[in-house]
Design a protein around this ligand. Structure first.
Ligand code: RIB
Length: 328
């Protein structure tokens, strides 16, 4: 079972050759509505990228009582995801993200939480969500709802055998105590250094930065290794640092040394929105299916390479079969 706790957003996406400066008006190319929100994207990625229906996915989240909310929830239902804990809140709008995507595929996102901002489950609700959970299950969280730390604390205390997977995006400071409850941490380069600045001394952090400046892969490898020692050591205990178009570094409690996985070369990048969520879902779905960390990262790298060739965060997420059949 994979439980994703998080946001569901309606993405309002403008595709443009250029992002205007302050006070400037610039004519864009196209405008499209897409489904998104890190929680929804991660849920769909976990479901679509699972090998078979043995892996169950459920989403915990909120939508507003509007047409956006109906569409968002229906997309999860259509993917076979359990939506009994996706609430429709009267008096709130669904979360919305205003996104600018440049011709290079790079995105800029302005997120308004709406109903996601009310996602603050009580202890009784957590009891209900995780009543049927087993050791080895996963819970997937990010920072697009207000109570990420409470989710982490509740699960670690009451379901210690469930793997807690965190992508701390959008970034919020994380304490050493919270980090010690995480089982799988997925961060980009900037987030890795931000987490490092919360938990290492200034001189240790400077040493990582100096190594990164001379050899990025080696420096982020050292940082990943050190962060891994600060996680919970009982479950999958793994760290992945994503390095954009370069690839990623991963390590776990069982790894002899960090592994660099290069990204796949893609010539027609159209929209990178949601690529990180696809990667995250790919890793969790494969780990949940029994793969090793290296196998899971390789699979997720292929999945996100497919995702960036399609417009839309949720719509771009491929299926397990598409990843298996990809020629790179
Ligand atoms: O990670 C991509 C997502 O971030 C988008 O779908 C958007 O909704 C924002 O939440």
């Amino acid at each position: 079972m994979i439980t994703v706790v998080g946001s569901l957003n309606y993405d309002l996406v403008t595709y443009t050759d250029k992002v205007p400066d302050a006070g400037e008006t610039f004519q864009a190319n196209t405008f499209e509505n897409h489904l998104g929100g890190k929680g929804l994207n991660e849920s769909l990625a976990c479901a679509r990228l699972s090998k078979d229906s043995a892996t169950k996915v459920r989403t915990v989240g909120n939508v507003g009582a509007d047409t956006f909310g109906k569409e968002l929830k229906q997309a999860l239902v259509d993917a076979g995801i359990d939506t009994q804990y996706v609430a429709t809140l009267e008096g709130y709008s669904s979360g919305v993200a205003v996104i600018l995507v440049e011709t290079s595929g790079e995105n800029r996102i302005l997120y308004t939480p709406g109903a996601n901002g009310q996602l603050k489950p009580t202890n009784e609700q957590y009891e209900t969500y995780f009543a049927d959970s087993s050791d080895g299950d996963f819970v997937v969280v990010q920072n697009e709802y207000p109570d990420t730390v409470k989710t982490i604390e509740w699960v670690k205390k009451h379901r210690p055998g469930v793997n807690i997977a965190l992508n701390p995006s959008p970034f919020k400071p994380i304490s050493p105590e919270t980090l010690a409850k995480i089982d799988l941490l997925i961060v980009n380069e900037g987030e890795a250094l931000e987490v490092g600045s919360q938990v290492f001394s200034g001189s240790d952090l400077d040493a990582f930065k100096a190594t990164i400046a001379s050899d990025e892969t080696k420096g982020f490898g050292h940082l990943a290794e050190k962060l891994q020692t600060l996680l919970d050591q009982n479950n999958v205990s793994s760290v992945i640092i994503t390095m954009g178009s370069k690839g990623s570094i991963s390590t776990s409690k069982d790894a002899a040394e960090p592994v660099f996985t290069p990204s796949k070369k893609v010539t027609n990048v159209v929209d990178t929105t949601g690529a990180g969520d696809t990667f995250f879902g790919g890793v969790v779905s494969r780990l949940s299916g029994g793969a090793t960390l290296s196998q899971a990262v390789e699979f997720a790298t292929r999945a996100s390479a497919l995702a960036i060739q399609k417009k839309g965060a949720a719509e771009g997420i491929p299926t397990y079969k598409m990843v298996e059949e990809a020629t790179f």
